[in-house]
Design a binder for this molecule. Structure first.
Ligand SMILES: Cc1cc2nc3c(=O)[nH]c(=O)nc-3n(C[C@H](O)[C@H](O)[C@H](O)COP(=O)(O)OP(=O)(O)OC[C@H]3O[C@@H](n4cnc5c(N)ncnc54)[C@H](O)[C@@H]3O)c2cc1C
Length: 413
Protein backbone atom coordinates (compact mmCIF):
# COMPACT_ATOMS: atom_id res chain seq x y z
CA UNK A 1 0.00 0.00 0.00
CA UNK A 2 1.22 3.50 -0.83
CA UNK A 3 1.66 5.95 2.04
CA UNK A 4 2.43 9.62 2.08
CA UNK A 5 6.19 9.63 2.52
CA UNK A 6 6.88 12.83 4.47
CA UNK A 7 5.27 12.75 7.88
CA UNK A 8 5.64 15.31 10.64
CA UNK A 9 4.75 14.55 14.25
CA UNK A 10 4.51 17.62 16.50
CA UNK A 11 5.40 16.86 20.11
CA UNK A 12 8.18 14.57 21.34
CA UNK A 13 6.37 13.54 24.49
CA UNK A 14 5.65 9.87 25.09
CA UNK A 15 2.64 10.00 22.73
CA UNK A 16 4.33 11.75 19.80
CA UNK A 17 7.57 9.78 20.18
CA UNK A 18 5.77 6.42 20.22
CA UNK A 19 3.71 7.37 17.16
CA UNK A 20 6.79 8.63 15.31
CA UNK A 21 8.53 5.31 15.92
CA UNK A 22 5.48 3.31 14.79
CA UNK A 23 5.16 5.34 11.58
CA UNK A 24 8.88 5.16 10.84
CA UNK A 25 8.69 1.37 11.23
CA UNK A 26 5.83 1.38 8.76
CA UNK A 27 8.04 2.88 6.06
CA UNK A 28 7.39 6.59 6.31
CA UNK A 29 10.02 9.25 6.50
CA UNK A 30 9.15 10.88 9.82
CA UNK A 31 10.31 14.13 11.41
CA UNK A 32 9.51 14.51 15.10
CA UNK A 33 9.42 18.17 16.07
CA UNK A 34 9.57 19.60 19.57
CA UNK A 35 10.42 23.06 20.81
CA UNK A 36 12.21 21.39 23.70
CA UNK A 37 14.41 18.32 24.06
CA UNK A 38 12.35 15.09 23.75
CA UNK A 39 10.38 14.00 26.80
CA UNK A 40 10.60 17.23 28.77
CA UNK A 41 6.83 17.92 28.90
CA UNK A 42 4.24 16.03 30.97
CA UNK A 43 6.00 12.81 29.99
CA UNK A 44 9.04 13.78 32.04
CA UNK A 45 7.70 13.79 35.55
CA UNK A 46 4.50 11.79 35.64
CA UNK A 47 3.89 9.19 38.32
CA UNK A 48 5.39 6.44 36.15
CA UNK A 49 2.34 4.25 36.51
CA UNK A 50 1.00 1.94 33.80
CA UNK A 51 -2.28 2.61 35.51
CA UNK A 52 -4.62 0.15 33.82
CA UNK A 53 -7.02 0.27 36.76
CA UNK A 54 -7.50 4.06 36.67
CA UNK A 55 -9.54 4.64 33.48
CA UNK A 56 -12.73 5.70 35.25
CA UNK A 57 -14.32 8.93 33.95
CA UNK A 58 -13.62 11.85 36.29
CA UNK A 59 -17.23 12.94 35.76
CA UNK A 60 -18.70 10.01 37.71
CA UNK A 61 -20.91 11.01 40.68
CA UNK A 62 -18.51 9.76 43.38
CA UNK A 63 -16.01 12.34 42.10
CA UNK A 64 -18.08 15.34 40.99
CA UNK A 65 -20.21 15.32 44.15
CA UNK A 66 -17.03 15.99 46.12
CA UNK A 67 -15.78 18.81 43.88
CA UNK A 68 -17.56 21.70 45.68
CA UNK A 69 -16.08 20.57 49.02
CA UNK A 70 -12.62 20.09 47.51
CA UNK A 71 -12.71 23.56 45.97
CA UNK A 72 -13.47 25.11 49.36
CA UNK A 73 -10.45 23.37 50.90
CA UNK A 74 -7.16 25.20 50.15
CA UNK A 75 -5.38 21.85 50.50
CA UNK A 76 -8.03 19.91 48.53
CA UNK A 77 -7.15 17.61 45.63
CA UNK A 78 -8.54 20.05 43.05
CA UNK A 79 -7.68 23.74 42.88
CA UNK A 80 -8.95 26.29 40.38
CA UNK A 81 -7.22 29.66 40.11
CA UNK A 82 -10.02 32.22 40.50
CA UNK A 83 -8.80 34.26 37.52
CA UNK A 84 -9.07 31.13 35.34
CA UNK A 85 -12.65 30.21 36.32
CA UNK A 86 -14.43 32.07 33.48
CA UNK A 87 -12.24 30.28 30.89
CA UNK A 88 -13.22 26.92 32.38
CA UNK A 89 -16.99 27.30 32.13
CA UNK A 90 -17.48 25.70 28.67
CA UNK A 91 -15.14 22.80 29.54
CA UNK A 92 -16.86 22.25 32.85
CA UNK A 93 -20.27 22.30 31.16
CA UNK A 94 -19.12 19.43 28.91
CA UNK A 95 -17.69 17.67 31.98
CA UNK A 96 -21.14 17.78 33.62
CA UNK A 97 -22.76 16.49 30.43
CA UNK A 98 -20.36 13.55 30.60
CA UNK A 99 -21.83 12.63 34.00
CA UNK A 100 -25.10 11.26 32.55
CA UNK A 101 -25.39 7.58 33.58
CA UNK A 102 -25.67 6.26 30.02
CA UNK A 103 -22.69 8.37 28.90
CA UNK A 104 -20.66 7.17 31.88
CA UNK A 105 -21.24 3.55 30.93
CA UNK A 106 -19.92 4.26 27.42
CA UNK A 107 -16.90 6.21 28.70
CA UNK A 108 -16.01 3.44 31.13
CA UNK A 109 -16.11 0.90 28.29
CA UNK A 110 -13.90 3.14 26.13
CA UNK A 111 -11.31 3.52 28.91
CA UNK A 112 -11.44 -0.19 29.76
CA UNK A 113 -10.92 -1.17 26.11
CA UNK A 114 -7.67 0.82 26.05
CA UNK A 115 -6.57 -0.45 29.45
CA UNK A 116 -7.17 -4.08 28.52
CA UNK A 117 -4.48 -3.62 25.87
CA UNK A 118 -2.19 -1.14 27.62
CA UNK A 119 0.02 -3.38 29.74
CA UNK A 120 0.63 -5.90 26.93
CA UNK A 121 1.33 -3.18 24.36
CA UNK A 122 3.71 -1.40 26.76
CA UNK A 123 5.56 -4.63 27.50
CA UNK A 124 5.85 -5.35 23.77
CA UNK A 125 7.25 -1.88 23.08
CA UNK A 126 9.70 -2.17 25.97
CA UNK A 127 10.86 -5.56 24.64
CA UNK A 128 11.43 -4.01 21.22
CA UNK A 129 13.52 -1.28 22.87
CA UNK A 130 15.55 -3.87 24.76
CA UNK A 131 14.19 -2.36 27.96
CA UNK A 132 11.93 -5.06 29.42
CA UNK A 133 13.55 -4.56 32.80
CA UNK A 134 12.25 -0.96 32.93
CA UNK A 135 8.81 -2.11 34.12
CA UNK A 136 8.16 -3.38 37.63
CA UNK A 137 6.61 -6.77 38.30
CA UNK A 138 4.80 -5.71 41.47
CA UNK A 139 1.43 -3.99 41.35
CA UNK A 140 -0.15 -0.97 42.97
CA UNK A 141 -1.76 -0.79 46.41
CA UNK A 142 -4.81 1.36 47.03
CA UNK A 143 -5.12 2.39 50.69
CA UNK A 144 -8.22 2.86 52.84
CA UNK A 145 -7.95 4.15 56.40
CA UNK A 146 -11.40 2.89 57.38
CA UNK A 147 -14.72 1.51 56.09
CA UNK A 148 -15.93 4.94 55.01
CA UNK A 149 -12.82 5.41 52.85
CA UNK A 150 -13.32 1.97 51.33
CA UNK A 151 -17.03 2.54 50.67
CA UNK A 152 -16.25 5.86 48.99
CA UNK A 153 -14.06 4.01 46.45
CA UNK A 154 -16.52 1.16 46.00
CA UNK A 155 -17.72 2.30 42.57
CA UNK A 156 -14.11 2.23 41.32
CA UNK A 157 -13.73 -1.40 42.40
CA UNK A 158 -17.14 -2.30 40.94
CA UNK A 159 -16.16 -0.88 37.56
CA UNK A 160 -12.94 -2.93 37.64
CA UNK A 161 -14.94 -6.04 38.52
CA UNK A 162 -17.37 -5.37 35.69
CA UNK A 163 -14.53 -5.17 33.19
CA UNK A 164 -12.56 -8.08 34.60
CA UNK A 165 -9.46 -6.31 36.02
CA UNK A 166 -7.73 -8.33 38.73
CA UNK A 167 -7.67 -7.08 42.32
CA UNK A 168 -7.21 -8.52 45.77
CA UNK A 169 -8.54 -7.09 49.04
CA UNK A 170 -5.95 -7.13 51.87
CA UNK A 171 -6.44 -6.62 55.58
CA UNK A 172 -4.05 -4.55 57.71
CA UNK A 173 -1.81 -7.49 58.52
CA UNK A 174 -1.45 -8.63 54.90
CA UNK A 175 -0.73 -5.05 53.84
CA UNK A 176 2.02 -4.65 56.45
CA UNK A 177 3.56 -7.95 55.34
CA UNK A 178 3.89 -6.47 51.85
CA UNK A 179 4.84 -2.91 52.83
CA UNK A 180 6.09 -2.51 56.41
CA UNK A 181 6.62 1.26 55.91
CA UNK A 182 2.90 1.98 55.67
CA UNK A 183 1.20 3.33 58.80
CA UNK A 184 -0.76 1.04 61.10
CA UNK A 185 -3.83 3.24 60.71
CA UNK A 186 -4.57 1.84 57.25
CA UNK A 187 -7.13 -0.92 57.79
CA UNK A 188 -7.71 -2.13 54.25
CA UNK A 189 -5.87 -2.11 50.96
CA UNK A 190 -6.58 -3.39 47.48
CA UNK A 191 -3.76 -4.80 45.40
CA UNK A 192 -4.01 -4.21 41.64
CA UNK A 193 -1.43 -6.66 40.26
CA UNK A 194 -1.71 -5.46 36.65
CA UNK A 195 -1.09 -1.83 37.58
CA UNK A 196 2.69 -1.62 37.11
CA UNK A 197 5.13 1.23 37.01
CA UNK A 198 8.19 2.20 35.01
CA UNK A 199 11.49 2.84 36.71
CA UNK A 200 11.85 6.12 34.84
CA UNK A 201 9.18 7.42 32.40
CA UNK A 202 11.56 10.03 30.97
CA UNK A 203 14.08 7.30 30.12
CA UNK A 204 11.23 5.45 28.34
CA UNK A 205 10.76 8.42 25.99
CA UNK A 206 14.49 8.68 25.40
CA UNK A 207 14.68 4.98 24.53
CA UNK A 208 11.77 5.35 22.08
CA UNK A 209 13.43 8.35 20.41
CA UNK A 210 16.77 6.52 20.24
CA UNK A 211 15.12 3.62 18.41
CA UNK A 212 13.25 6.03 16.14
CA UNK A 213 16.50 7.73 15.14
CA UNK A 214 18.26 4.41 14.69
CA UNK A 215 15.59 3.54 12.11
CA UNK A 216 16.26 6.78 10.23
CA UNK A 217 13.72 9.10 11.89
CA UNK A 218 14.70 12.76 12.34
CA UNK A 219 14.29 14.83 15.48
CA UNK A 220 14.06 18.58 15.01
CA UNK A 221 14.12 21.12 17.82
CA UNK A 222 11.94 24.07 16.85
CA UNK A 223 8.59 25.62 17.72
CA UNK A 224 5.67 25.09 15.38
CA UNK A 225 3.95 28.44 14.91
CA UNK A 226 1.52 27.57 12.14
CA UNK A 227 0.19 24.92 9.78
CA UNK A 228 0.27 25.30 6.00
CA UNK A 229 -2.66 23.84 4.13
CA UNK A 230 -4.79 24.09 1.04
CA UNK A 231 -7.15 21.25 0.23
CA UNK A 232 -4.59 19.03 2.03
CA UNK A 233 -1.99 19.77 4.69
CA UNK A 234 1.27 20.88 3.08
CA UNK A 235 3.63 21.76 5.93
CA UNK A 236 4.32 23.47 9.23
CA UNK A 237 5.74 26.91 9.91
CA UNK A 238 8.64 26.85 12.33
CA UNK A 239 10.01 29.64 14.46
CA UNK A 240 13.57 29.14 13.27
CA UNK A 241 13.59 26.95 10.17
CA UNK A 242 10.74 28.50 8.16
CA UNK A 243 8.33 26.15 6.41
CA UNK A 244 8.91 22.41 6.52
CA UNK A 245 6.80 20.55 3.99
CA UNK A 246 4.89 17.37 4.72
CA UNK A 247 2.22 15.10 3.28
CA UNK A 248 0.68 14.24 6.63
CA UNK A 249 0.84 15.72 10.08
CA UNK A 250 0.17 14.37 13.56
CA UNK A 251 -0.74 16.84 16.29
CA UNK A 252 0.58 15.29 19.50
CA UNK A 253 1.66 18.38 21.41
CA UNK A 254 0.07 17.30 24.68
CA UNK A 255 -1.90 20.02 26.45
CA UNK A 256 -0.70 22.53 23.83
CA UNK A 257 -2.46 20.69 20.99
CA UNK A 258 -5.51 22.93 21.44
CA UNK A 259 -3.48 25.89 20.18
CA UNK A 260 -2.49 23.98 17.03
CA UNK A 261 -6.09 22.83 16.48
CA UNK A 262 -7.24 26.44 16.72
CA UNK A 263 -4.62 27.27 14.10
CA UNK A 264 -6.45 25.02 11.58
CA UNK A 265 -9.83 26.37 12.65
CA UNK A 266 -10.86 23.32 14.68
CA UNK A 267 -11.27 24.38 18.32
CA UNK A 268 -11.15 21.37 20.66
CA UNK A 269 -12.14 21.40 24.35
CA UNK A 270 -8.69 20.50 25.64
CA UNK A 271 -7.65 21.78 29.06
CA UNK A 272 -4.56 21.35 31.14
CA UNK A 273 -4.99 19.53 34.42
CA UNK A 274 -1.76 20.68 35.99
CA UNK A 275 -0.11 18.21 38.33
CA UNK A 276 2.94 18.25 40.58
CA UNK A 277 5.50 15.81 41.85
CA UNK A 278 8.16 15.83 44.53
CA UNK A 279 11.04 13.43 44.04
CA UNK A 280 12.87 12.43 47.18
CA UNK A 281 16.31 10.96 46.68
CA UNK A 282 16.84 9.54 50.18
CA UNK A 283 13.35 9.12 51.65
CA UNK A 284 14.39 6.94 54.59
CA UNK A 285 11.64 4.43 53.69
CA UNK A 286 11.37 1.91 50.93
CA UNK A 287 8.38 0.63 48.99
CA UNK A 288 8.18 -2.27 46.58
CA UNK A 289 4.73 -1.30 45.25
CA UNK A 290 3.37 2.03 44.14
CA UNK A 291 0.63 3.28 46.45
CA UNK A 292 -2.48 5.37 45.98
CA UNK A 293 -4.62 6.76 48.76
CA UNK A 294 -7.85 7.75 46.98
CA UNK A 295 -9.33 9.68 49.93
CA UNK A 296 -6.16 11.79 50.18
CA UNK A 297 -5.69 12.00 46.39
CA UNK A 298 -1.98 11.29 46.17
CA UNK A 299 0.24 8.59 44.79
CA UNK A 300 3.74 7.43 45.68
CA UNK A 301 5.88 5.52 43.19
CA UNK A 302 9.32 4.06 43.80
CA UNK A 303 11.38 5.15 40.77
CA UNK A 304 15.01 4.86 39.72
CA UNK A 305 15.64 8.36 41.06
CA UNK A 306 14.00 7.89 44.45
CA UNK A 307 10.46 8.05 45.80
CA UNK A 308 8.14 10.15 43.63
CA UNK A 309 5.10 11.69 45.31
CA UNK A 310 2.41 13.34 43.24
CA UNK A 311 -1.19 13.82 42.37
CA UNK A 312 -3.88 16.47 42.66
CA UNK A 313 -5.19 18.68 39.90
CA UNK A 314 -4.82 22.40 39.41
CA UNK A 315 -6.84 24.21 36.75
CA UNK A 316 -4.93 27.38 35.91
CA UNK A 317 -4.23 27.20 32.19
CA UNK A 318 -1.02 26.77 30.22
CA UNK A 319 0.75 30.00 31.12
CA UNK A 320 0.37 30.63 34.87
CA UNK A 321 3.49 30.02 36.99
CA UNK A 322 3.53 26.92 39.21
CA UNK A 323 2.18 27.07 42.75
CA UNK A 324 4.73 24.86 44.54
CA UNK A 325 2.49 24.71 47.57
CA UNK A 326 0.47 22.11 45.62
CA UNK A 327 3.53 19.83 45.61
CA UNK A 328 4.09 20.36 49.33
CA UNK A 329 0.48 19.39 50.11
CA UNK A 330 0.95 15.94 48.55
CA UNK A 331 4.13 15.36 50.54
CA UNK A 332 2.25 16.27 53.71
CA UNK A 333 -0.43 13.73 52.79
CA UNK A 334 2.14 11.08 51.94
CA UNK A 335 3.65 11.45 55.41
CA UNK A 336 0.30 10.35 56.83
CA UNK A 337 0.76 7.03 55.02
CA UNK A 338 4.53 6.78 55.48
CA UNK A 339 5.28 8.17 58.95
CA UNK A 340 9.05 7.66 58.63
CA UNK A 341 9.30 9.51 55.32
CA UNK A 342 12.15 12.04 55.31
CA UNK A 343 12.42 14.98 52.94
CA UNK A 344 16.02 16.08 53.14
CA UNK A 345 16.88 16.36 49.48
CA UNK A 346 14.04 16.69 46.98
CA UNK A 347 13.12 18.23 43.64
CA UNK A 348 9.72 19.60 42.64
CA UNK A 349 8.14 19.53 39.19
CA UNK A 350 4.93 20.63 37.48
CA UNK A 351 3.44 19.26 34.27
CA UNK A 352 0.37 19.66 32.07
CA UNK A 353 -2.00 16.70 31.68
CA UNK A 354 -3.85 17.16 28.37
CA UNK A 355 -7.48 16.62 29.40
CA UNK A 356 -10.77 16.41 27.56
CA UNK A 357 -13.90 16.85 29.68
CA UNK A 358 -15.02 13.24 29.10
CA UNK A 359 -11.65 11.71 30.18
CA UNK A 360 -11.24 9.87 26.85
CA UNK A 361 -8.33 10.67 24.48
CA UNK A 362 -8.66 11.65 20.84
CA UNK A 363 -6.95 9.36 18.33
CA UNK A 364 -8.39 10.39 15.04
CA UNK A 365 -8.19 12.05 11.66
CA UNK A 366 -8.95 15.73 11.86
CA UNK A 367 -11.42 17.52 9.60
CA UNK A 368 -8.42 18.88 7.70
CA UNK A 369 -7.24 16.26 5.18
CA UNK A 370 -3.82 14.86 6.06
CA UNK A 371 -3.93 16.04 9.69
CA UNK A 372 -4.37 13.62 12.61
CA UNK A 373 -4.80 14.07 16.36
CA UNK A 374 -3.35 12.04 19.21
CA UNK A 375 -3.97 13.93 22.40
CA UNK A 376 -6.08 14.31 25.52
CA UNK A 377 -4.68 11.25 27.31
CA UNK A 378 -5.16 13.05 30.62
CA UNK A 379 -3.97 11.09 33.64
CA UNK A 380 -3.09 8.05 31.50
CA UNK A 381 -0.79 9.22 28.70
CA UNK A 382 2.08 7.02 29.79
CA UNK A 383 -0.29 4.07 30.14
CA UNK A 384 -1.86 4.58 26.72
CA UNK A 385 1.25 5.55 24.71
CA UNK A 386 2.17 2.17 23.21
CA UNK A 387 -1.48 1.39 22.40
CA UNK A 388 -2.03 4.85 20.91
CA UNK A 389 1.00 4.42 18.65
CA UNK A 390 -0.25 1.07 17.40
CA UNK A 391 -3.78 2.36 16.76
CA UNK A 392 -2.57 5.53 15.04
CA UNK A 393 -0.24 3.48 12.83
CA UNK A 394 -3.16 1.27 11.80
CA UNK A 395 -5.52 4.20 11.28
CA UNK A 396 -3.04 6.20 9.22
CA UNK A 397 -2.15 3.15 7.11
CA UNK A 398 -5.76 2.45 6.19
CA UNK A 399 -5.85 -0.81 8.17
CA UNK A 400 -8.70 -1.85 10.43
CA UNK A 401 -7.56 -0.69 13.87
CA UNK A 402 -7.35 -3.25 16.67
CA UNK A 403 -10.04 -1.22 18.49
CA UNK A 404 -13.01 0.56 16.97
CA UNK A 405 -11.73 4.13 16.96
CA UNK A 406 -15.12 5.83 16.48
CA UNK A 407 -15.47 6.73 20.21
CA UNK A 408 -12.03 8.37 20.18
CA UNK A 409 -12.79 10.62 17.22
CA UNK A 410 -12.41 14.37 17.44
CA UNK A 411 -15.82 14.68 15.79
CA UNK A 412 -17.50 13.78 19.10
CA UNK A 413 -17.11 17.44 20.16
C1 LIG B 1 1.71 14.90 38.00
C2 LIG B 1 1.38 13.99 36.86
C3 LIG B 1 1.31 12.63 37.08
C4 LIG B 1 0.97 11.76 36.05
N1 LIG B 1 1.02 10.40 36.27
C5 LIG B 1 0.75 9.55 35.27
C6 LIG B 1 0.88 8.15 35.46
O1 LIG B 1 1.29 7.67 36.52
N2 LIG B 1 0.55 7.32 34.43
C7 LIG B 1 0.13 7.80 33.22
O2 LIG B 1 -0.20 7.01 32.35
N3 LIG B 1 0.06 9.13 32.99
C8 LIG B 1 0.36 10.01 33.98
N4 LIG B 1 0.28 11.36 33.77
C9 LIG B 1 -0.18 11.83 32.46
C10 LIG B 1 0.90 11.75 31.40
O3 LIG B 1 2.11 12.29 31.89
C11 LIG B 1 0.44 12.54 30.17
O4 LIG B 1 -0.85 12.12 29.77
C12 LIG B 1 1.41 12.31 29.02
O5 LIG B 1 2.74 12.57 29.42
C13 LIG B 1 1.04 13.17 27.84
O6 LIG B 1 2.00 12.94 26.85
P1 LIG B 1 2.05 13.83 25.57
O7 LIG B 1 3.12 13.28 24.72
O8 LIG B 1 0.67 13.95 25.00
O9 LIG B 1 2.40 15.30 26.12
P2 LIG B 1 3.79 15.92 26.61
O10 LIG B 1 4.66 14.94 27.26
O11 LIG B 1 3.45 17.16 27.36
O12 LIG B 1 4.50 16.31 25.23
C14 LIG B 1 4.02 17.33 24.40
C15 LIG B 1 5.22 17.96 23.73
O13 LIG B 1 4.77 18.90 22.76
C16 LIG B 1 5.72 19.94 22.70
N5 LIG B 1 5.08 21.11 22.08
C17 LIG B 1 3.97 21.74 22.50
N6 LIG B 1 3.66 22.75 21.66
C18 LIG B 1 4.61 22.74 20.69
C19 LIG B 1 4.84 23.54 19.54
N7 LIG B 1 4.02 24.54 19.19
N8 LIG B 1 5.92 23.26 18.77
C20 LIG B 1 6.76 22.26 19.09
N9 LIG B 1 6.60 21.46 20.17
C21 LIG B 1 5.53 21.70 20.96
C22 LIG B 1 6.11 20.15 24.15
O14 LIG B 1 7.36 20.79 24.26
C23 LIG B 1 6.12 18.73 24.69
O15 LIG B 1 7.40 18.15 24.69
C24 LIG B 1 0.64 12.27 34.77
C25 LIG B 1 0.74 13.63 34.53
C26 LIG B 1 1.11 14.50 35.56
C27 LIG B 1 1.22 15.96 35.27
Amino acid sequence: MLHPSRTIVIGAGVIGAAIALELQKRGRSVTLIDRDAPGRGASFGNMASIAVTEFMPASRPSVWKQIPGWLMDPEGPIAVRPSYMPRLVPWFWRFLKASQPSTLRELEAQGAALCHRALGDTQALLAELGASDEITQTGCLSLYANDADFRADRDHIEILERFGFAHEVLDAEALRALEPAITYSIQTAVLFPENRSLKDPYRYVLRIVERFEALGGKVLRDTVTGIERGAWVSGVRLEQAGVLECDELVLAAGAFTGRLAAEIGEPIPLETERGYHTQIMEPGVSLSHSIIWPARAFMVTPTAGGLRIGGTVEMAGLDAPPNWNRAKITVKRAKEALPDLQVVSATEWMGHRPAFPDTVPVMSASRTPGVFYATGHGHLGLTYAATTALLMGQLMSGETPALDLAPYSVTRF
